[in-house]
Ligand binder design. Structure first.
Ligand SMILES: Cc1cc2nc3c(=O)[nH]c(=O)nc-3n(C[C@H](O)[C@H](O)[C@H](O)COP(=O)(O)OP(=O)(O)OC[C@H]3O[C@@H](n4cnc5c(N)ncnc54)[C@H](O)[C@@H]3O)c2cc1C
Length: 569
């Protein structure tokens, strides 16, 4: 039982002690794999065995992208063994997709002891920039800008335990691969692909093959399909994507441009939106050396590959020699699976939902799926919750997926081509004449894309059967002391927070004894001092492993009923 006294309201987040919950020492890979843009292949895996998957495992995860690896990391927190099958031997560095890691995802990384590692390795420190710039070209005229984008400006405030972070997806995958390899319970099997599965009431039989077509069969109690947009697992459970698959097409270009940074007149920004009618899109830095990314809107694969350098020159507004490192064509999709699971098999991440990348929600939503499903599977496998708990994964997470798709689709409705007025490229007088209306249009249509904390931090499960009294929101964060988050004191099972002030101290209805009798892991956190009950809006809070509130109130009349509801009986 902890009994910390409250500290200053808004200290700067520093290295908190609970970061040491999981191993942090760098693996052999981590010494060499620091954002090696420009190299398609990482160094050899330092003798790590390329094992075959085991014949039997509690949980099999199809796909070791960010979501599959996150699910394995969450299961590890709860002591559940799993096997992650992933076709790619190495992380693909040259085609980084996501760069925006939300504040909420960073809070999950903090829970896993990985937030500091990600910040240390991220090529763009949060302090470097929190701005989005709209300009005619990267080296051209500035139109307008946004501050505090993507929750990057939250450092130092009390709202979150971790601000957002810009970090390329391969970096996230590399850190998670290392965590999975170092952790006790999960195992990663690169080079293996799931080919199909069949289930009965007892188990799931998964078929897989390696790169040479060598087959394997694995029996698992549960399967999570994190195998991306073309999910074999989704297909196998008969789930269908609903929605629109015919979104706008774009090409990403990763390029090296020595000297380009010195030509940018706008100062640091995490994204530069280029409103050049000749070629609109977004540009940003992948590191503070010479590696850049851009998204060119309205360009298909063939043109993107053939004209990548010309596209970059149009967007940067220079003829500077560049080296194209890779192109990556993609089409935005708005698709949601009609079911997130069947029997013992579930889907998460892009296998379950796909949204346009504008606003940076895709993998962040998938990490939320992984945490939600991870603790529930662990509770069932550790036998402190009924299998009915697993039904709430679909009912809690699918609405979040739907909300995210709607949000990202709204963001996509106005992109650079829609905002690019030809007069922006004209004389100084023409530019000055059109500037106010374009600036107004940008601010009106794009503000929300960069400031969506109500979705990122605010999604809740008020209608869930696990939620009592209409709670369900993320536990309101507060600092206990400098760098010492309230979240760092929560348990991996349920946590009962008791605020010690007159009237509430002894009203927990014997919840601790009831939890013990039901074998439900319960941490009790007594918070003393002023303001805690006001902070929560109640004297007691029952918190789930994913930091969402099961119940809050001032008195527990029926501890048995409350606990049974909270774990899905
Ligand atoms: C241009 C662009 C920018 C983006 N920016 C952002 C952003 O800033 N923030 C954000 O949150 N999201 C962003 N996204 C979305 C993000 O990239 C995806 O949501 C994310 O990759 C989904 O992760 P995942 O693990 O679910 O799927 P994936 O990343 O697709 O991973 C699936 C994994 O499964 C493996 N696999 C495939 N088939 C099998 C099989 N049969 N068996 C086993 N394994 C298999 C694959 O090799 C892969 O590793 C962006 C997307 C694009 C296109």
């Amino acid at each position: 039982m902890t009994n910390p006294s409250p500290g200053p309201a808004d200290p700067l987040p520093q290295s908190p002690s609970p970061q040491s919950r999981t191993a942090q020492s760098p693996s052999p890979q981590s010494r060499t794999a620091r954002v090696p843009f420009g190299r398609e292949v990482l160094p050899a895996e330092d003798g790590l065995p390329d094992d075959d998957p085991p014949p039997r495992v509690p949980v099999l995860i199809a796909g070791g992208g960010p979501v599959g690896l996150a699910a394995a990391t969450e299961l590890n927190l709860h002591g559940i063994a799993c096997a992650v099958l992933e076709p790619r031997q190495e992380v693909t560095w040259l085609r980084p997709r996501a760069k925006t890691v939300s504040a909420r995802t960073m809070e999950h990384f903090r829970r896993w002891g990985l937030a500091n590692t990600i910040r240390e390795r991220a090529p763009l420190p949060v302090s470097w920039s929190q701005d989005i710039v709209f300009c005619t070209t990267l080296t051209g005229r500035e139109i307008t800008r946004f501050h505090d984008a993507f929750g990057l400006g939250l450092a130092g405030g009390g709202l979150v335990a971790e601000p957002g972070q810009q970090a390329p997806q391969p970096l996230i995958e590399e850190v998670l691969r290392e965590a999975v390899r170092e952790a006790h319970y999960p195992s990663l099997f690169p080079g293996w692909r799931v080919t199909g599965l069949a289930q009965d009431g007892e188990e799931v039989r998964v078929t897989a093959e390696d790169a040479n077509g060598r087959p394997a069969t694995i029996a698992a109690e549960y399967v999570i399909g994190c195998d991306g947009a073309r999910s074999v697992v989704r297909e196998a459970i008969g789930a269908r994507f609903e929605g629109n698959s015919g979104g706008k097409r774009s090409v990403n270009v990763t390029f090296r441009a020595p000297g380009l940074a010195h030509l940018v007149p706008h100062g640091p920004a995490v994204q530069y939106w280029v409103l050049n009618p000749a070629q609109g899109g977004l540009i940003g830095r992948l590191d503070l050396a010479d590696t850049w990314w851009c998204i060119a809107n309205g360009v298909g694969q063939t043109a993107g590959e053939a004209h990548a350098a010309a596209i970059v020159h149009a967007m940067t507004g220079t003829d500077l020699p560049i080296e194209v490192l890779a192109t990556d064509a993609w089409t935005a999709r708005m698709q949601l699976a009609d079911r997130y699971g069947r029997g013992r098999v579930f889907i998460a991440g892009d296998a379950a939902h796909q949204n346009p990348p504008y606003g940076g929600h895709g993998f962040n939503t998938g990490i939320g799926d992984a945490v939600n499903l991870g603790w529930k599977l662990a509770a069932v496998l550790n036998r402190w919750a009924p299998t009915a708990l697993l039904d709430t994964y679909h009912s809690e997470r699918r609405p979040v997926g739907a909300e995210t798709i709607a949000e990202a689709s709204r963001n996509m409705s106005t992109l650079a081509p829609e905002l690019a007025d030809p007069r922006l490229m004209g004389t100084d007088e023409e530019f000055a004449a059109v500037l106010p209306s374009v600036r107004e249009a940008v601010q009106r249509t794009k503000h929300r894309e960069f400031h969506s904390l109500d979705l990122v931090l605010g999604y809740a499960y008020p209608d869930s059967p696990l939620t009592v009294n209409g709670a369900g929101e993320r536990l309101p964060h507060r600092w206990i002391g400098p760098g010492d988050s309230l979240y760092d004191h929560l348990g991996n099972g349920l946590t009962l927070i008791r605020c010690d002030y007159p009237g509430y101290g002894a009203a927990d209805g014997g919840l601790v004894a009831v939890a013990r009798a039901l074998a439900i892991p319960l941490t009790v956190l007594d918070l003393t001092g002023d303001g805690w009950a006001e902070h929560f809006g109640a004297g007691m809070v029952l918190v789930r492993p994913d930091q969402h509130v099961s119940w809050l109130g001032d008195r527990i009349d029926d501890a048995l009923k409350l606990l049974r509801a909270a774990v899905g009986w």
